[in-house]
Design a binder for this molecule. Structure first.
Ligand code: GLC
Length: 463
């Protein structure tokens, strides 16, 4: 069923070439090794990018590099981080790090966003770190690593940072612009789905990894409560299907008090015309963002797939999300799995939302580009709902172009037919996503490393 072993060999060799060594030990993979482009920061190990490589190494029975990575990133958590004179919170983990040589000695230099273009905060890093730590423990049985004092302390710092009481009425996490895979201005500040799905998966991971001693128990209780509230809120209010769209279409505005149906005061006029044509009769998805007076109806790939994988979406919703992807295949997968978000923002919206960003022109890069890294998430999500044939279909599409185009970072165009305008070649998470996908299909038991089953404690959604 899965032929094309030459491709696997090529990808495995390219992944091994991307391994980053520190004091003689493998500790991560660099983001890309494009022989024709300036490295910029692509010669660094990005925490979010490494998760794809790390999962493959775990599935291969090579956990050492993942262990080293987890330990090093944990240590970086306590490093000096400073944006001019301001010092961001301690639980923050770096977006990326690199090896430098100082006075003849190798050191790690981390970027907590203070170097990054536009100085964006990598809020997803600590979530990915927790998710990968849990995958490592599942793959190796080495719970002792997560139970070490320094690891427990690191988990506590992360939880302090995201469970802290704030000026907020929602259980979702309020974040600044560009705080995850989309690390540029794209109208994804506030309560973006991508962050909520990763937040949920990270809290589920923490619940499995926290020691239940005195201090740990307090954190466990806080995690438990937040998980329930978060799942309730996202399932109830982010969900979009034809039934919900019709409700929103007839919403009344200005409702005050506890009986309000239109809790967030969404005006029907904000329903975009593309959605009315596009939304299938069956199927549904989680909206991209939700806040006072605002639903962002764009479809975001990672958020929806992660919602399925982590059981943030309930079973009915998970099936509906995959059903929507199947029906809107040409738009969401097209010529390369799959869209980072759909549709693109264009014209005046593009100017206002992206700040006229030439890298994010319509149907390019973050603004409606197709990203091969999402292939492994698509595979995991379809496996989880028993629609593995879709993963095979997506893989077959990807296999036609990945090697020929030299493992591109992303694709452009309405249906992903164009090679990304500024896409890097030999992008490591593209290579790793292909390998993770192949390995998952060969042995679906690996899905347990990354997925979560339905949490029976989640409060049933009544609206
Ligand atoms: C770009 C992407 C980001 C990724 C990084 C390294 O900045 O937007 O998601 O982590 O490249 O590949």
């Amino acid at each position: 069923m899965l032929a094309n072993n030459a491709l696997v060999e090529e990808a495995t060799a390219a992944l091994n070439d991307a391994v980053l060594y520190y004091q003689g030990r493998p500790i991560g993979t660099v983001a890309a090794r494009d022989p024709e482009a300036d490295a910029l920061n692509y010669d660094q190990c990005f925490v979010r990018d490494f998760v794809s490589s790390g999962l493959f190494f775990l599935m291969q029975g090579k956990p050492e590099i993942v262990r080293n990575f987890l330990v090093e990133v944990l240590q970086l958590q306590s490093h000096e981080r400073r944006m001019d004179c301001f010092q961001p919170g301690q639980g923050l983990q770096p977006a990326s790090f690199k090896v430098i040589v100082q006075e003849g000695e190798e050191r790690l230099l981390a970027d907590f966003g203070e170097q990054a273009i536009a100085r964006v905060a990598p809020i997803d890093s600590c979530f990915w770190w927790l998710i990968l730590l849990r995958a490592y423990v599942k793959a190796t049985g080495d719970l002792a690593l997560a139970h070490r004092d320094d690891f427990q302390h690191g988990i506590h710092l992360i939880l302090q940072l995201c469970l802290e009481a704030r000026f907020d009425l929602f259980p979702t996490l309020l974040v600044p612009e560009g705080s995850f895979m989309i690390d540029r201005r794209m109208g994804v500040y506030g309560y973006p789905l991508e962050i909520q799905a990763l937040f949920y998966a990270a809290l589920r991971s923490a619940r499995e990894l926290l020691r239940s001693d005195d201090v740990g128990y307090t954190y466990l209780q806080a995690v438990e409560t937040r998980l329930n509230h978060l799942a309730y809120h996202v399932r109830a209010y982010y969900w979009v299907d034809l039934k919900r769209l019709n409700e929103i279409y007839r919403y009344k505005g200005e409702e005050f008090g506890a009986t309000a149906l239109n809790r967030f005061n969404i005006y029907p006029d904000t329903i975009p015309s593309w959605l009315i044509e596009w939304l299938p009769d069956t199927g549904g998805y989680m909206a991209g963002n939700l806040g006072p007076g605002q639903i962002d109806f764009r479809f975001f790939g990672l958020g929806n797939l992660m919602a399925v994988i982590a059981s943030l979406a309930d079973e009915v919703q998970s099936n509906a999300i995959i059903a929507l992807i199947e029906q809107c295949w040409n738009d969401l997968v097209g010529h390369m799995p799959m869209k980072i978000c759909f549709p693109a923002v264009e014209g005046q919206d593009w100017r206002t939302i992206t700040g006229s960003d030439p890298k994010n022109i319509p149907w390019s890069y973050h603004n409606g580009g197709n990203w091969p890294v999402l292939l492994w998430l698509l595979t995991a999500a379809t496996l989880k709902v028993g629609k593995v044939e879709l993963a095979y279909k997506a893989l077959a599409i990807a296999e036609q172009r990945l090697s020929t185009d030299r493992w591109l970072e992303y694709y452009d165009g309405r249906h992903g037919r164009l090679t990304g305008k500024e896409a890097r070649k030999y992008q490591t998470w593209t290579i790793a996503a292909f390998l993770v996908t192949r390995t998952l299909l060969e042995n679906p038991d690996h899905l347990a490393l990354i997925s979560f089953t339905e949490d029976p404690n989640v409060i049933a959604c009544t609206i």
